[in-house]
Design a binder for this molecule. Structure first.
Ligand code: IVH
Length: 667
């Protein structure tokens, strides 16, 4: 327990005093829960000054001290539905009511401040500190646009305190770190620490440059007789006085209401422009709050229901190398299993050797792992303070780990590749899986397990062999009954009827994605034309550069590939004839576009894809050959160049019109 207390204290200092935590919030919560559990069990060792009984850290000497007239408390955490039900039950029992009304709102991930207003004027702003005394940051809070210097409306008490959270939205955080990077300054690890570091600046002029926001969620010192009955009424007053209140604040009934609110916000958390780490439930009536009272560090009438953490720390047990469809060797971190973002993560891709070097990740390191929403898990960074002496650097093998062929590094991409192509079993396996995948030939039921067995038993070696399979060949395989075998054969049969675009995509030619495959089909119309096209001719088509054109031409030149294609055609794969492109009718086909600046209605990437789908070519730099420059807001040098060269420019409205017009014509 003593060791735990010391460890937590050390983390508190890093988090609260230096804005530089080295463990994730969830890891911290875990330590705290562990200590709480021990203290409950061994009460004789539960000291009153334990970190479980205290809040934050003492204020820094660099600021004047503010003694809080009403202590600034923390919140109990709930991590499960059961804990929320238990919280609600405790309150119902104590208040002897059947149903409780709660005010619910997001739990912002920033830092708490208390603002003192006298006669409608902001006279003091303070941080929470250790809850009893905090730091005087009046000059700094005055630079935050959300915080009114003078209250609006009327009816506010002569003297009262508003409490809320100062935080930094994602966009501001990204911009701040970008600026810091450009100036060679230290980066902030996350928006919370950036907010804390920005508010606790000795020079308010620095704070003024930081994109801080504020929302209030409660009150401190407040003349009791002027308090309304409920928290939502008080929040409505705050709004009238010009104090910002969360637009997501709501009143709900019972644990049920709380939990359904939780689920809604959990699903929508990534839509918010700032970090939230959970939701807070508070008993709505002030008289009921008073009856519930407090424990040492938190009120009994409120609880924070935390979201599953999206970041956690774990160790890198090994770095393995996987061989992909195109032979690319991808290093994969094998991790000590860790529960993060609602799932147990054991692997995370490290992309390539450059990335490992850039992030300085070593085998044996303790690392921060992030899994947000549906995004695949990533290793964010190592925690250097925890690097063991025996940590080893990763070395990219010079032989393929699957077939031992020579590994080549192609200069421009810095990607290591197995040179064996389809004679490498790993590449063959991935090629077959890609061929069968939903967006390619769409063979339902031909998944990893089955492909592995089919390859191992020698029943298939190329994609063409798939079409020779009989139900009896697969019926005996693991997890395959007669019925699923028949289903699979039917799915294979059905896949024979496809489109030229899908077929091209299914072949798995390097760098040829769905869009390129569709463009090739559209412009050349027959497989024969495509197979015969010279690399130079291919480059005339939108979206195809010299490298890709080279890949396409090389692919079709290889005898093995030609044989497999012939076998596929012999197996009965066919597609409807492709009609000649509307061509002349399509305004955009073959035209070259450059995108610059920010678009309101879509990202630049979406704009590029939409243009490409319509047959246009999108390039990165403006030249005399450019047909149009699409200029969003804050367009820079590219727009200048277009104007200098006399290239027509379109603003967003004109661009949308062009897209629409073209689509209409295409139809
Ligand atoms: S209510 C008596 N509401 O979370 C304490 N707190 O973990 C009442 N926080 O210190 C706090 N969003 O800094 C409340 N909507 C919200 C909040 C919130 C963030 C912070 C606050 C508090 C900490 C506790």
């Amino acid at each position: 327990m003593q060791a735990l207390r010391e460890e937590i204290e050390a983390h508190n200092r890093r988090y609260y005093q230096h804005d530089e935590p080295i463990i994730s919030d969830s890891e911290y919560d875990r330590l705290l829960v562990e200590l709480q559990t021990l203290e409950r069990r061994y009460r004789e060792f539960a000291y009153p000054n334990s970190p479980t009984q205290r809040i934050g850290a003492p204020p820094s000497q660099a600021f004047a001290e503010v003694l809080h007239e009403v202590p600034m408390l923390s919140l109990e955490n709930a991590f499960t539905d059961e804990a929320v039900n238990a919280f609600d039950l405790r309150i119902r029992e104590k208040l002897e009511r059947d149903q409780i009304e709660y005010v619910v709102e997001p739990k912002l991930d920033g830092l708490a401040v208390s603002l003192l207003y006298e006669n409608g004027l902001l006279v003091r702003g303070a941080t929470r500190g250790d809850g009893r005394s905090g730091e005087d940051v009046t000059h700094n809070v005055l630079t935050i646009a959300d915080i009114p210097r003078r209250l609006a409306g009327s009816g506010f008490p002569e003297r009262f305190e508003v409490r809320g959270e100062v935080f930094m939205p994602h966009a501001g955080f990204a911009a701040l770190n970008e600026r810091a990077l450009a100036n060679g300054e230290k980066l902030f690890v996350n928006p919370r620490n950036a907010a804390a570091g920005s508010l606790r600046q000795l020079d308010p002029a620095v704070t003024a440059t930081r994109p801080l926001r504020f929302l209030c969620y409660g009150y401190g010192s407040f003349p009791e007789r002027t308090l309304p009955d409920t928290l939502q009424q008080l929040m409505a007053c705050f709004r009238q006085w010009g104090l910002p209140v969360s637009e997501h604040l709501q009143a709900v009934l019972g644990a049920e209401g709380c939990l359904s609110y939780y689920r809604r916000l959990l699903a929508g958390r990534h839509e918010l422009p700032y970090d939230i780490d959970g939701v807070v439930y508070k008993v709505s009536r002030f008289d009921a709050q008073a009856e519930m009272g407090f424990v040492s560090r938190a009120p009994r009438w409120a609880i924070a229901h935390k979201f599953p953490a999206e970041e956690a720390t774990t160790t890198v047990l090994a770095i393995d190398v996987q061989v992909g469809r195109t032979g690319a060797l991808t290093p994969v971190a094998r991790l000590r299993p860790v529960f993060v973002g609602g799932a147990t993560v054991t692997n995370a891709t490290l992309h390539n050797a450059d990335e490992i070097r850039r992030k300085d990740i070593r085998i044996g390191d303790t690392v921060v792992v992030r899994r947000a929403g549906d995004v695949i898990p990533e290793v964010v960074k190592p925690i250097l303070e925890k690097r063991p002496a025996a940590a080893r650097e990763f070395i990219m093998p010079d032989r393929c780990p699957v077939c031992a062929s020579v590994v080549e590094i192609s200069g421009d991409e810095a990607i290591a590749r197995c040179s064996a192509e389809l004679s490498c079993p790993a590449q063959r396996r991935e090629a077959i899986l890609h061929f069968a995948s939903r967006r390619a030939m769409d063979i339902d039921g031909l998944g990893e397990k089955l492909v592995d067995q089919l390859l191992e038993s020698g029943r298939i070696a190329t994609v063409a062999d798939i079409y020779r399979l009989q139900a009896d060949d697969v019926a005996g395989m693991e997890r395959m009954g007669q019925k699923s075998a028949v289903n699979l054969i039917n799915a294979i049969g059905k896949s024979r009827e496809t489109t030229l675009a899908r077929f091209l995509y299914a072949l798995g030619i390097r760098e040829v994605g769905e869009v390129t495959a569709a463009n090739l089909a559209r412009h050349l119309q027959t497989l024969e034309n495509i197979m015969q096209a010279e690399s130079d001719a291919l480059q005339d088509f939108p979206d195809i550069g010299p490298t890709m054109a080279g890949h396409i031409a090389t692919f079709f030149r290889q005898p093995h590939n030609r044989e497999v294609i012939q076998a596929l055609l012999d197996a009965g794969i066919s597609w409807p004839e492709v009609e000649a492109p509307a061509g002349t009718a399509s305004l955009l086909a073959g035209k070259t576009f450059v995108l610059t600046g920010t678009l309101e209605s879509m990202t630049r990437d979406e704009a590029r894809q939409r243009l490409q789908r319509l047959g246009a070519k999108v390039t990165g730099s403006v030249s005399a050959k450019t047909n149009y420059v699409i200029a969003g807001t804050d367009a820079g040098s590219k727009l200048d160049k277009a104007l200098a060269l006399g290239v027509p420019t379109l603003d967003e409205t004109a661009f949308l019109g062009l897209l629409k017009g073209d689509v209409d014509q295409d139809l």
